[in-house]
Ligand binder design. Structure first.
Ligand code: AMP
Ligand code: ZN
Length: 497
């Protein structure tokens, strides 16, 4: 296990990279989950992969983590503020189903997507509709503390009562208010006020309604994250994360309502992932032309190749999607796994010393992670390890296994179409390795390959290049690709059509 501590993370709250220090023994981490009215697009999934890397890094650095994530199945309107149609209703109408059916279907589709991406599940999944009582209690608390008003049947958060409102997103409220277009909701005193509880829905046929002290209705979207994170992580916890679009509205509103209710600082660390871009802007469900995991699969791009593609940019930099980019990542991952299989063939169970040696080899990798999860650099550190063979297969296998605890790329799982059949030689210097690609190879053929490869090696050593070439031609005629690896191993890849 890497030494605890010395993990530097960029905190949106302070706009600085700071050394991470948790409040207690278990790091509380809340991630804003999906709104389940449609498939997640691969931009949304970029954010969940970034959050997964964060969690895996914390675990690898020796922390315990409690990860809580919500599923939004009510209250999220088309805009993140209080405008437009309820997204769940929009989904139900599109598919002629009930909102409950839509929520179930897309929540399980989301879980399948993240599983394919090796994104670990949270310790607690919490569905908004299962926590309406907690949300009502939070609004009552805000009401008691004097932060709410009721107008036209809806309960609003009164931003003027919370002077720090604009601090988090560095909003200049006066300037923005003057420039703001006339808000469609005339009941608001300020355009920054937001709905805590709707009773006067703009949409007559709202299916999801609950009784409340203010009348039958449904919660505003921001409320769920405050109510559920406080329920499962306490009134003060360590990390809250999401995509950067959440900074100015959703997270700003979450902070206002949580801190106004408890009177305490709510979250210490805010981490935000930048967008996956498509064409000239953010990939978005509302713009229609978004890509899903199914679209990647249709073009034979494996899910983990997409995860690898995401590591080509730092999580705080925008990343442009391109088919060449993901296809290149797919090839890169294949090559990386092949090289790893090659340098780790014949690895055994590591001794304590070998574990320490593996940790030593990973220092540059951990340094990259430590520096605000710098995945492009971390990946470069892994690539540089496959070029080393002096540590021997056992130490290298241990090192790649540990790196993969954070990378989540299944680096040690061989591609299903490749199988190492023979790997002969001493620890650290296997002589001949036969790999069968896309099919089985009979024993006799394998024995002939091993013999020819050995003979060729001898001939090369004796500088008998004519014989060496003849043996190579013989192997090529058998459909074998020969690679002379830096440690002296001859790898013979028998590729079946
Ligand atoms: P939603 O399901 O719309 O609530 O979004 C789920 C998560 O995806 C949120 O954390 C958003 O900030 C994030 N997100 C939305 N669009 C993108 C994008 N194009 N790239 C990266 N993350 C995004
Ligand atoms: Zn949220």
């Amino acid at each position: 296990m890497a030494p605890r501590g010395e993990l530097f993370l960029y905190n949106t709250a302070t706009r600085k990279k700071e050394e991470f220090t948790p409040l207690g023994d278990v790091v509380g981490m809340y991630a804003c989950g999906p709104t389940v009215y449609n498939y997640a697009h691969i931009g949304n999934l970029r954010t969940y992969v970034f959050e997964d890397v964060l969690k895996r890094a914390l675990l690898a650095f020796g922390y315990k983590v409690k990860h809580v994530e919500n599923i939004t199945d009510v209250g999220h309107l088309a805009s993140d503020a209080d405008e437009g149609e309820d997204k769940m209703r929009q989904g139900a109408r599109r598919e002629k189903k009930t909102v409950w059916e839509i929520a179930d279907f897309y929540a399980s589709a989301f879980k399948k997507d993240i599983a394919a991406l090796n994104v670990t599940e949270p310790d607690v999944w919490c569905k908004a509709t299962d926590h309406i009582g907690d949300m009502i209690k939070l609004v009552e608390r805000l009401e008691r503390n004097g932060f709410t008003y009721t107008a036209n049947g809806n309960v609003y958060f009164d931003v003027s009562k919370f002077p720090r409102y604009g601090d988090f997103a560095r909003l200049n409220l006066e300037e923005q208010q003057a420039g703001a277009r006339v808000d469609v909701d005339e009941s608001k005193k300020s355009p920054f006020d937001f709905v805590l509880w709707f009773t006067k829905s703009k949409f007559g046929e709202q299916e999801m309604l609950w009784d409340s002290p203010w009348g039958r209705g449904y919660p505003g979207w921001h409320l769920e994250c405050s109510a559920m994170s406080i329920k499962y992580l306490g009134e003060q916890f360590d990390i809250h994360c999401g995509g950067i679009d959440h900074i100015p509205v959703h997270h700003t509103n979450e902070i206002a309502q949580s801190e106004a209710a408890t009177g305490k600082k709510w979250v210490n660390w805010w981490l935000h992932g930048a967008f996956l871009e498509q064409g000239s802007g953010k990939m978005a469900k509302s713009s229609g032309g978004f890509l899903t995991m199914a679209a990647l699969a249709k073009r034979d791009v494996p899910a983990l190749a997409y995860r690898m593609f995401l590591y080509t940019a730092h999580y705080r930099s925008p990343l442009k999607f391109s088919w060449e980019g993901v296809e290149g990542a797919a090839q890169g991952l294949k090559n990386l796994k092949r090289s790893i299989a090659s340098v780790t063939a014949g690895a055994g169970k590591p001794t304590e010393e070998q574990v320490v040696a593996a940790e030593g080899l990973l220092e540059p990798f951990y340094d990259a992670i430590r520096d605000d999860l710098n995945m492009p650099q971390a990946l470069a550190a892994v690539w540089s390890l496959v070029r080393r063979n002096d540590p021997g297969p056992t130490v290298l296998r241990e090192a790649f296994g540990r790196a993969d605890e954070i990378l989540g790329l299944d680096l040690l799982v061989p591609d299903s179409d490749e199988q190492v059949i023979v790997s002969e030689g001493a620890e650290g210097v296997p002589e001949v390795r036969v790999v069968s690609v896309k099919g089985a190879s009979d024993k006799e053929t394998v024995a002939r390959i091993v013999e020819a490869a050995r003979e060729r090696k001898k001939a090369r050593k004796a500088k008998d290049f004519a014989s060496a070439d003849r043996l190579r031609d013989e192997l090529t005629a058998m459909g074998v690709e020969i690679r002379d690896l830096p440690d002296g191993t001859v790898e013979c890849r028998l590729v079946h059509a």
